[in-house]
Design a protein around this ligand. Structure first.
Ligand SMILES: C[S@@+](CC[C@H](N)C(=O)[O-])C[C@H]1O[C@@H](n2cnc3c(N)ncnc32)[C@H](O)[C@@H]1O
Length: 231
């Protein structure tokens, strides 16, 4: 399917450029999720919402046998292609739709880094992730932190409305804020077993990039990341 999703056009390019060395992406979310991944040597990995390919590049550098990337943004996929070269499979696809181009049980590890909260058909997406993961496979999900969202957007903690943040040169980043109960509940209802949960704070390298954001990430929860097992 060829329609564009979030992070299209210039917004995708701006996201990819900042994700390389930003306090929040490169030095908060990514180290936490890769830490949850552990040893990835020899694994077949599916990177859903792969963006500019930063995760894929790191997973391959750590010995993953292969990474298959999926994203809805043509501009981000172009950046990923440049970063990863022609050998890595990249699919332009809307995650609101079935992953019918991927075979059952094909992956050892699926990564959903900072994309879950953008998707509305999350129950369908999780059912598809379960289908394409082999039994015993791992799912990693990072998302916007429910308490951080509440602190930022206010209103009722239990309002699961779509919210919007300014991003880059006049763009808006929209997503659905979810309670902790909904986020974890959806993953468990899809049949995954929760193994680990972390509230990532910026690593030391993030202080050099942006001391204010580094400090903020140590005061206010920004992201939530979990490791789940497919039974
Ligand atoms: C915050 S970025 C994260 C990118 C990458 N996982 C990373 O952490 O560097 C969110 C990504 O999700 C993708 N995305 C959002 N909604 C999507 C959808 N419905 N289908 C496919 N991709 C989507 C965006 O294009 C973008 O690449």
């Amino acid at each position: 399917m060829r329609s564009e999703t979030a992070y299209h056009g210039a917004m995708g390019e701006e996201f990819a450029a900042q994700a390389t060395d930003s306090t929040y992406n490169a030095h908060t979310d990514r180290p936490a999720v890769l830490g949850l991944a552990g040893d990835v040597a020899g694994l077949e990995v599916l990177d859903l919402g792969c963006g500019g390919g930063h995760y894929a590049a790191e997973l391959l550098a750590r010995g993953a046998a292969s990474v298959t990337g999926v994203d809805g943004s043509e501009s981000l996929l172009a950046v990923a292609r440049e970063r990863l070269g022609p050998a890595v499979a990249l699919h332009h696809h809307d995650l609101e739709r079935p992953l019918d181009f991927l075979p059952e049980g094909a992956f050892d590890l699926a990564v959903l880094a900072l994309v879950y909260h953008h998707v509305e058909a999350r129950d369908h997406l999780l059912a598809e992730v379960r289908r394409v993961l082999r039994p015993g496979g791992t799912l990693l999900v990072s998302t916007s932190h429910p308490t951080g969202d509440w602190a930022h957007f206010g209103g009722s903690y239990f309002d699961e409305d779509r919210v919007s943040l300014p991003f880059g040169q006049g763009h808006a980043l929209t997503f659905r804020r979810l309670t902790l109960e909904t986020f974890i509940g959806e993953l468990l209802a899809a049949g995954f077993l929760l193994e680990a949960l972390v509230e990532p704070r910026a690593v030391e390298a993030g202080r050099r990039v942006d001391p204010r954001r580094h400090a903020k990430s140590h005061e206010k929860p920004m992201f939530l990341a979990v490791r789940l097992r497919r039974p």
